[in-house]
Design a protein around this ligand. Structure first.
Ligand code: DX5
Ligand code: ZN
Length: 214
C-alpha cells in the first residue's frame, strides 16, 4: 500500500518539523491539499507553503488541487515542486487538454472524483491517466466521516481500469483510518491519503507504518 499523509492536518507553525517527520517515516508520498475558497468552501494554502515543504524532502509531492480553473496554474505548480498533480473532474471542462498539459510539463496527471461523480466519466481518458483519486468525503476539510460507498466505487474503478487496459493508480482520500483503510485495501486501492488519523495519533510515524502494512 502506498501511503500519502495529508499535510493539511500538520502543525503549520512547525511545518519544517512535520515535513521532516514525514520524510523520515515510511510514507511514500506527501499529500498537499490546495483549496481556493471557490471550488470548495475552505481556503488552505498555495505556492509558498508548497515550496517550503519541497525544501525539506525529496519524496514525491502528491498535490491535490481543489481549485477552480486549475489550467491557469499548472506551470506554477510544477515550478513549486509538484510531482503528481491531481485536478478535479468537476473543475475541468477540457479535461483531456488539462491532463495532456500536466504530463507535458513533466508531472504525473491525476483526476479526483467527488462522491457524487460516477467513475464512467473517465472512460475516454482512462488510458492516459497516472492516478485517479476517489474522494471518500466531500472535499474541503480534514477530519470528516468516511462515505462508505467509496469502497464499492474503488472496486468498480479497478474493473474499469482492467476493461480499458489502463494503468492508473487508485488513491482514496477522506476519513481513512485502519478500519476504512483495510476495506479500501481489500477493494483494490493502491494508495491511501490520511490526515487527521496520522497527525491526531500519539505516534504519527508508527501510524503511517500501520497504514503501509494494510
Ligand atoms: C479533504 C482533503 C483531504 C484531507 C483528508 O478535502 O482532500 O486530503 O486532508 O483528511 P482526513 O484524512 O482527516 O479525512
Ligand atoms: Zn486531499
Amino acid at each position: 500500500m502506498l501511503v500519502s499523509p495529508s499535510v493539511l492536518s500538520c502543525d503549520f507553525g512547525n511545518i519544517q518539523r512535520d515535513t521532516l517527520m514525514l520524510h523520515h517515516s515510511v510514507a511514500d508520498w506527501l499529500h498537499i491539499d490546495v483549496m481556493d475558497g471557490v471550488f470548495v468552501p475552505n481556503i488552505s494554502f498555495g505556492f509558498p507553503v508548497l515550496q517550503a515543504i519541497r525544501k525539506h524532502t525529496d519524496k514525491t509531492l502528491d498535490v491535490h488541487l481543489m481549485i477552480a480553473n486549475p489550467d491557469a496554474y499548472l506551470e506554477d505548480f510544477k515550478k513549486a515542486g509538484a510531482d503528481i498533480l491531481t485536478v478535479h473532474y468537476e473543475a475541468c471542462p477540457h479535461l483531456h487538454r488539462t491532463l495532456s498539459r500536466i504530463q507535458e510539463l513533466g508531472m504525473k496527471a491525476g483526476v479526483a472524483l467527488n462522491p457524487h461523480t460516477p467513475i464512467e466519466v473517465l472512460s475516454e481518458v482512462a488510458h492516459m491517466l497516472d492516478l485517479v483519486l476517489i474522494m471518500s468525503v466531500n472535499p474541503g476539510f480534514g477530519g470528516q466521516k468516511f462515505i462508505a460507498a467509496a469502497t464499492d466505487k474503488v472496486a468498480r474503478l479497478k474493473a474499469l481500469r482492467t476493461a480499458h487496459n489502463a494503468h492508473f493508480l487508485i488513491e482514496v482520500d477522506g476519513g481513512v483510518n485502519l478500519e476504512t483503510g483495510a476495506q479500501l485495501a481489500a477493494a483494490g486501492a493502491d494508495a491511501l491519503v490520511a490526515g487527521s488519523f496520522v497527525f491526531g495519533a500519539a505516534d504519527p510515524a508508527a501510524t503511517i507504518a500501520s497504514l503501509k502494512s494494510l
